[in-house]
Design a protein around this ligand. Structure first.
Ligand code: PMV
Length: 312
């Protein structure tokens, strides 16, 4: 017996960066994300003689996977498990592979071992491993906010079918993990301002999504992204996740917007650039990013569903 579950990564338009310090991996900031079809993690789980983890077909060590299984063992008496996870996109390079990974893992374990968890409970358990994973349990637009810190679906993809063009500028794994980056960021003099102001950004961005106000969302999302990278730059030692191509893509997207295209960028803890646009502008965005020297691959994505299991 085995179960395979799938989950799409999500990208935050209002970013989570930094932890509250409370137990359970509680974020310091609320976040708003979109779940992307077009990229996926598929994870198969089955009972085994001992815990075993394979990533893209190769045996792998992952402390967070180990901790996640241990937590579930303590809570639900989970037996030893074989976990085999595959990403159809670069792993650990700022494309949210941990988000889709833990959402798929929690969903597969829930079905295979009859844990009886609804989406909200799976979201909480996924959050404990990787907070952004809580959001990939849901499709479309999702939020993660206190006091429960359980992700919630804000709107289905059809509410506002935004499109995303991901410009891959480097496929190497990131050098500084988001956990380390967040620990460093908490010591920055900018950190209190980041936490305080993100709450207002979050409320305003949720309203912009409800009203489908692209201009307002574009301004807020780029502001949240650049403010997070400003915080990263202010750490000691400084965190810089961009390369020259990242910056060239951001400039290209800003130029497209000045010329009338409805598009904005966001960048996470890696050098890839995600251009979020209205459907009518996708071709122009794709064509412009294709011409940026250093872009190695473009991935077109639509908004997608939350995590799901293969039928038996
Ligand atoms: O959940 P983590 O540890 O992969 O951190 C995610 C952090 C960002 O991707 C930069 C922002 C976010 O909200 O997804």
């Amino acid at each position: 017996m085995s179960t395979t579950a799938h989950a799409h990564p999500n990208i935050a338009l209002i970013k989570y960066w930094g932890k509250s310090g409370q137990a359970g991996n509680i974020p310091a900031t609320p976040s708003l994300s979109i779940t992307l079809a077009g990229l996926a993690t598929s994870t198969t789980v089955s009972e085994a003689a001992a815990d075993e983890f394979l990533l893209n077909g190769e045996p792998a060590e992952d402390a967070k996977v180990h901790q996640c299984l241990t937590r579930l063992r303590d809570q639900f008496g989970l037996p030893p498990v074989r976990v085999s996870s595959r990403n159809d996109f670069p792993t650990a390079a700022g494309l949210a592979s941990s988000a889709s990974g833990f959402a798929a893992l929690m969903t597969a374990l829930n079905t295979e071992f009859d844990l009886g968890l609804d989406a909200g409970a799976r979201s909480v358990l996924a959050r404990q491993a990787s907070a952004s994973a809580a959001r990939s349990i849901f499709g479309g637009f999702a939020t993660l906010e206190g006091p429960e810190w359980q992700a919630r679906p804000l709107f289905e993809p059809l509410h506002w079918p935004l499109q995303v063009v991901v410009a891959v500028t480097d496929t190497a794994s990131k050098s500084i993990s988001s956990t380390t980056g967040m620990q460093r960021s908490a010591l920055s003099p900018y950190f209190p301002g980041w936490v305080r102001s993100t709450h207002d950004d979050f409320v305003a961005a949720c309203a912009a999504v409800a009203e489908r106000d692209f201009e307002v969302l574009a301004e807020l999302a780029e502001h949240s992204c650049l403010k997070m990278h400003g915080l990263m730059l202010s750490t000691r030692p400084s965190l810089l996740y961009w390369n020259p191509t990242t910056l060239a893509c951001m400039e290209t997207i800003r130029r497209l917007r000045t010329d009338g295209a409805e598009v904005f960028f966001t960048v996470d803890a890696g050098p890839q650039v995600k251009a979020v646009c209205l459907p009518g502008h996708r071709h122009a965005v794709h064509r412009a990013l294709e011409q940026v020297p250093g872009v190695t691959r473009l991935i077109d994505a639509e908004l997608g569903p939350g995590a799901w299991v293969d039928p038996p």
